[in-house]
Design a binder for this molecule. Structure first.
Ligand SMILES: Cc1ncc(C[n+]2csc(CCOP(=O)(O)OP(=O)(O)O)c2C)c(N)n1
Ligand SMILES: [Mg+2]
Length: 321
């Protein structure tokens, strides 16, 4: 494993940042200070952080409706993100887009997306562009297990395999799609088997093991970068909270989430234990990184709350008329 201590510490901090950021968004929503559907990434932090650690700054990601984790993992600014969620002029879209439209082209974040599977065509196009320009960039397309049933994957996956495009379809099998378990709606037993139909390799990783996600992503990214073509990578994980904040979760077996919140399964607890046991981190160091993430989140919330609303006169700026 080729990560140094600074990178390991950064990953741990980033996982907590995602956890706190989404807890903050959830609390603001419950207090009626934040409007619009709020989808938390809680429990899936290992996937975004492990995968994005294997990318360069100018590599691309496309995200989903559950996108805060992907954006923060790729280096998105928590302050501009929270301001956007709060509809403020200082947000990524000047307060006009909200959570599901956050993009930061300077660091390859091509956008969250309210359309399930909407990133699939975008990422494939970005990979085509990188290939045509010979830029060496790679695209990771985050999709959900529900989104793996969208027809666009058939078209884009075929094209990507045919043209050996540098794209990774990273499917987060969090076991739910909206208000239903996803498993009864998917015909194959293992999601990775879908890849055979596109003519590309299909692999599966424990998405709650951030280092395992990093290692396998690094391998398939290098393969893609050197002209070896796309991969369909499945990360098995669990959506700890509801589809959106306020979801009564009546469709979920009692006690199931508690199992995934346990230190044995929670991706942040698991990584923390590993850092102490195998990488010689101290509990104090871990605590410091966690507190740092807490402070970053508090600063993002304060920035968002104190920022001005957009001016009504700016309504028609930056939009198609
Ligand atoms: C094209 C489209 N169809 C349906 C919806 C409504 N919808 C929003 S999220 C969602 C479920 C997505 O499940 P999954 O892809 O597993 O992502 P997760 O929410 O688990 O992250 C659906 C059906 C939508 N936004 N877009
Ligand atoms: Mg899902």
């Amino acid at each position: 494993m080729n990560l140094n201590r600074i990178q390991l510490a950064d990953m741990y901090h980033r996982m907590w940042l995602i956890r706190y950021f989404d807890a903050g968004a959830r609390d603001l929503f419950m207090q009626d200070k934040l409007r619009g559907a709020t989808h938390t990434y809680t429990g899936q932090e290992g996937v975004a952080v492990g995968a994005c650690m294997a990318l360069n700054r100018d590599d691309y990601v496309t995200s989903t409706h559950r996108g805060h984790g992907h954006c923060l993992a790729k280096g998105g600014d928590p302050q501009r993100m929270m301001a956007e969620l709060l509809g403020k002029a200082t947000g990524y879209c000047k307060g006009k887009g909200g959570s599901m439209h956050i993009a930061d082209l300077d660091i390859g974040i091509l956008g969250a997306n309210g359309i399930v599977g909407g990133g699939i065509g975008v990422a494939t196009g970005a990979a085509y562009s990188a290939d045509a320009r010979g830029s060496g960039q790679v695209a990771i397309c985050f999709i959900g297990d529900g989104a793996s049933n969208q027809g666009v994957l058939m078209e884009a996956g075929n094209m990507a395999a045919l043209w050996k495009l540098p794209v990774i379809y990273l499917c987060e099998q969090n076991q739910y799609a909206e208000f239903s378990p996803s498993r009864p709606f998917i015909a194959v037993n293992e999601l990775q088997d879908k890849a055979a139909g596109f003519g590309m390799p299909g692999l599966t990783v424990d998405g709650n093991d951030v280092l395992a996600v990093y290692e396998i992503t690094q391998q398939v990214v290098e393969r893609a970068r050197s002209g070896g073509g796309p991969t369909f990578l499945v990360a098995k994980t669990y959506r700890i909270e509801g589809h959106t904040v306020g979801d009564p979760l009546t469709y979920r077996p009692k006690g199931e989430a508690d199992l995934w919140k346990s230190p044995e399964r929670d991706p942040i607890s698991r990584f923390g234990r590993l850092l102490v046991d195998e990488f010689d981190f101290s509990d104090e160091q871990l605590d410091g990184l966690q507190q740092h993430a807490r402070k970053d989140t508090d600063a993002a919330i304060a920035f968002g709350m104190e920022s001005p609303e957009p001016e009504p006169a700016d309504l028609w700026e930056d939009v198609y008329k």
